[in-house]
Design a binder for this molecule. Structure first.
Ligand SMILES: O=P(O)(O)OC[C@H]1O[C@H](O)[C@H](O)[C@@H](O)[C@@H]1O
Length: 550
C-alpha cells in the first residue's frame, strides 16, 4: 500500500493538526531530552528533541514503518536481494564492511571471501606505494595520487580524504579530478611532477565520458614527460567492475582493482573505490572506517525502531517532508574538514530518492526525496541562516558537531560548538515580541524606534533541528556517520516505495550532450534541437576563439 494511503499515515496527518510548539513540548515533558536522545556506543549521540514530534508520534511512525515491511527490507540489505530491479542488480554494499569470517550469499555464493581478497590486494598495493617499492618511470617513489572519477567514483573518497586530513600521515598527497571542465585537470596537474604521480582511474562502468576524457588527457601529460608508452603503466591503476574496458584502455589487469555490480556507485567508497583513502590515511585506518560502518550496520540490523538511529532519522524526514510539508533538509557539519559532506549527501540522497515512480512503475502519490543541501558552520550562519531563522520556508536542519579536534587553538576551542548549540536553540525557541521589546527598552531606545524595529527582530522559533554530536572525527566515527546516512536514505526509499538504487534520470542529458559535442565542433548542425538550444549553439560558435588561440 502506498505511504499516503496507509491508515497510519492518515492518523499522522491528523496528529499534525494539533501540533504543540517546541516550547510547549519542552514545558510539558521534563523527560523529553532523555527520551529523544539516542546513542551509538560512547562516541556518537543523536538528539532529536528539537524536532516537532513527541514519543507517541514517533511510535506511530515506527508502527507505520513496521506495517510497511521495513523489518523485511532491512533484513534484505544483509542477505541476497533484488532491490534494484530496473538494473537487475542486488544491493549489498553492507558486505564490503563485514568481517572476514562473515557470510553473505549472492546467487548462492558467499561474497565475503572475494571482498577480503580485494582488500588484501589494496593492502599490498598501499604497502608497495608507502614503502617506495612502487616507483614511477624514473625510479622515484610516488608522492601524489590523482583520482580521476566522477559522481560516486569521486565524491565519497574526496570527502573522506578531506575529512580525515589529520590522519593523512602516509606522505601521499591525494588530488581529485572529476569535472570535464579542463580547468580541473589542468590546475590539478600544474604543480605536480609526472615522475612521482600516480593516477587512479575510478569508474564503475569505465565508460563515463568525463572520466575517460580526463584519463586520456592525463596519459598524454605523462607520456609527454616520460616519452615511452610502456612506462605509462607505472603511473596508472584502475578501479572498476568492467575488466574488458580497463584492458582496452591500456591498464594491465594486474593494475586493476575490482568491485561488483551489487555495489551502487554512491555506496562504493568502502570498495576499491576507496583506494585513494587507503593510500592517504593508511590501510589500517581505512579498515577502521569500514569497521565504523559495520557498527552502524549492526545497529540498523538489530536495534528496535524506537531506538534505531537511521530509522528514526528517515522517519523524521517522512514526518517533516510528507506530513508537515517541508520541502528541503539542511545539513550543517560544524567542521571545516567536513566541507564536502553536504555534496556527498546530495548524491547519496537525491540521486537515490529523487524518483516519481514506485517500484512497480506506477506514479507516486506522495512526495519523495526532499532537496538536501547545506554547508559547514559557522560559515553558513554568516551566509544563509537568516532565511532559516526568519524566512517563510521552514528548513529542518541537521547539525553535526565534533567535541574534540587535533587542531587546538585555545581561543577557538569552544566557539565552534557554542555556535552550533546556539543555532539549534535559536531555531527552536526564537525570541518573542515581548522579549525583543524588553531588550530594546533596556537599551534605552525610544518608543517609536522600538515599534519600527520590533517586527524585524522577532524570531518565530519552532523550527525543527537534529543534533548529531560525535566525540571526534576519527576514521571509525566517520564510517558510522556515512553509513548512518546511507541507511537513512535506504529506509526513506522503502517507505516511499521507490527504487533508491537506479538513476535513469541522468541518462538523457548525457545522450543530448554527446550529440551536441559534434554540433559545437561544427561536424553536424543543430536543427535537431529546440530553438533555444539552436540559438545558444549559434552564439557559442560565434564567440568561440579559433583553435590554438585559447
Ligand atoms: O563510476 P562511473 O561508472 O564512472 O559512474 C559515475 C557516476 O556517473 C553517473 O552519471 C551516475 O549518475 C552516478 O551514479 C555515477 O556515480
Amino acid at each position: 500500500m502506498p505511504l499516503s494511503q496507509h491508515p497510519l499515515f492518515k492518523a499522522l496527518q491528523q496528529s499534525a493538526q494539533h501540533l504543540p510548539s517546541l516550547a510547549e513540548h519542552f514545558a510539558g515533558n521534563r523527560q523529553r531530552v532523555q527520551q529523544l536522545t539516542f546513542h551509538l556506543g560512547d562516541n556518537l549521540l543523536v538528539d532529536i528533541s528539537r524536532q516537532q514530534v513527541c514519543t507517541s508520534v514517533l511510535q506511530q511512525l515506527c508502527e507505520l514503518a513496521r506495517q510497511m515491511n521495513l523489518p523485511k527490507a532491512i533484513a534484505g540489505l544483509f542477505t541476497d536481494n533484488n532491490f534494484n530491479p530496473t538494473e537487475q542488480r542486488a544491493v549489498l554494499h553492507t558486505a564490503l564492511r563485514m568481517p572476514a569470517g562473515a557470510t553473505l550469499e549472492h546467487k548462492g555464493v558467499n561474497v565475503i571471501p572475494s571482498v577480503h581478497a580485494e582488500l588484501a590486494r589494496i593492502r599490498h598495493f598501499c604497502q608497495q606505494v608507502h614503502t617506495g617499492k612502487w616507483c614511477g618511470y624514473s625510479g622515484q617513489p610516488i608522492q601524489d595520487v590523482v583520482n580521476i572519477g566522477i559522481g560516486g567514483s569521486d565524491l565519497g573518497p574526496a570527502m573522506v580524504c578531506e575529512a580525515l586530513t589529520p590522519y593523512c600521515t602516509t606522505g601521499i598527497r591525494t588530488h581529485f579530478v572529476s569535472n570535464i571542465d579542463p580547468a580541473h585537470l589542468a590546475t590539478t596537474l600544474e604543480p605536480l611532477n609526472p615522475a612521482t604521480t600516480l593516477f587512479v582511474v575510478s569508474s564503475k562502468s569505465f565508460g563515463t565520458d568525463e572520466t575517460m576524457s580526463n584519463a586520456i588527457a592525463a596519459r598524454k601529460w605523462l607520456l609527454n614527460d616520460c616519452g615511452d608508452d610502456s612506462l605509462v603503466q607505472l603511473h596508472f591503476v584502475a578501479v572498476s567492475t568492467n575488466h574488458q574496458k580497463v584492458v582496452e584502455f591500456g591498464i594491465a589487469a594486474e593494475n586493476m582493482f575490482t568491485f561488483w555490480d551489487w555495489v551502487g556507485g554512491r555506496f562504493s567508497l568502502w570498495s576499491a573505490i576507496g583506494l585513494p583513502i587507503a593510500l592517504a590515511v593508511g590501510f589500517e585506518r581505512f579498515e577502521a572506517l569500514l569497521a565504523g560502518a559495520h557498527t552502524m550496520d549492526e545497529h540498523l540490523r538489530t536495534t528496535p525502531f524506537e531506538q534505531n538511529i537511521p530509522v528514526l532519522l528517515a522517519l523524521l524526514t517522512i514526518w517533516n517532508h510528507n506530513i508537515l510539508g517541508h520541502a528541503s533538509e539542511g545539513v550543517f557539519p560544524y567542521s571545516q574538514l567536513m566541507h564536502r559532506f553536504p555534496a556527498f549527501l546530495q548524491q547519496l540522497n537525491m540521486e537515490s530518492n529523487g524518483k516519481s515512480v514506485m517500484l512497480d512503475g506506477t506514479p507516486v502519490s506522495h512526495a519523495t526525496g526532499p532537496i538536501v543541501w547545506g554547508d559547514v558552520g559557522s560559515n553558513s550562519q554568516h551566509a544563509f541562516f537568516q532565511l532559516l531563522h526568519q524566512g517563510t520556508t521552514v528548513v529542518p536542519a541537521e547539525f553535526i558537531g565534533f567535541v574534540n579536534s587535533p587542531y587546538d587553538f585555545p581561543a577557538h576551542r569552544h566557539k565552534l560548538l557554542a555556535n552550533m548549540l546556539a543555532q539549534a536553540e535559536a531555531l527552536a525557541f526564537g525570541k518573542s515580541a515581548a522579549d525583543v521589546e524588553a531588550g530594546l527598552k533596556a537599551e534605552g531606545l525610544s518608543e517609536q524606534r522600538i515599534s519600527e524595529l520590533l517586527p524585524s527582530k522577532v524570531m518565530p522559533g519552532n523550527r525543527p533541528s537534529t543534533v548529531i554530536l560525535c566525540k571526534e572525527l576519527t576514521p571509525h566515527t566517520l564510517g558510522s556517520l556515512i553509513a548512518l546516512y546511507e541507511h537513512k536514505t535506504f529506509v526513506q526509499g522503502v517507505l516511499w516505495g521507490v527504487n533508491s538504487f537506479d538513476q535513469w534520470g541522468v541518462e538523457l542529458g548525457k545522450k543530448l550532450a554527446s550529440g551536441l559535442v559534434d554540433t559545437l565542433a561544427g561536424k553536424s548542425n543543430a536543427t535537431a534541437h529546440s530553438a533555444a538550444t539552436q540559438n545558444l549553439v549559434k552564439q557559442i560558435v560565434d564567440w568561440k576563439a579559433p583553435e590554438g588561440e585559447q
